[in-house]
Design a protein around this ligand. Structure first.
Ligand code: ZN
Length: 156
């Protein structure tokens, strides 16, 4: 499937997305991560990788997120990387679920309050074909958390 032309990104949210695309945050790889995953979209070649190191309280202390592909996945990966610090694996799962529901219009707009800057990604709603791009880093995050919890067992 051919990629649609790059979206016209206007307004404040467009500026935020372009800024994250040009200056991705937390892009350095984290060594010896507790949580890690890599997710590829074979249809468009988008790639997202996540590494998280937890502190002794089980909260995210170091974040690494790398991405390749279109401007939207790179911006989404960078925006996501800013929302993870200090969270437990359970809180990461909850954030990912809430973000996904909100992005796909299954939550009232007021629910975006707790989304910590991720609201900028709502511009993608006009381009449903790009939803996969936005969500790929989140799929990687969820994958990583799931396998971390599976390794840790029910005590989590
Ligand atoms: Zn893409």
């Amino acid at each position: 499937m051919p990629q649609p032309p790059d979206m016209p990104l206007e307004g404040l949210y467009g500026q935020i997305i372009m800024d994250h695309y040009r200056h991705p945050r937390h892009r350095a790889t984290v060594a010896n991560p507790d949580i890690q995953a890599r997710e590829l979209n074979p249809f468009c070649g988008d790639l997202a990788e996540v590494q998280l190191k937890l502190d002794s309280h089980g909260r995210v202390a170091q974040t690494g997120v790398q991405s390749q592909g279109c401007s939207i996945i790179q911006a989404s990966a960078s925006l996501m990387s800013e929302a993870l610090a200090g969270k437990t694996p359970k809180e990461l799962e909850a954030l990912a679920a809430r973000f996904r529901d909100w992005l796909q219009g299954r939550l009232p707009e007021a629910a975006a309050e707790g989304l910590e800057g991720l609201q900028a990604l709502q511009v993608v709603r006009q381009y449903p074909v790009r939803l996969k791009c936005v969500l790929l880093p989140w799929v990687a995050l969820e994958e990583g958390v799931r396998s971390y919890c599976a390794r840790r067992g029910p005590k989590g």
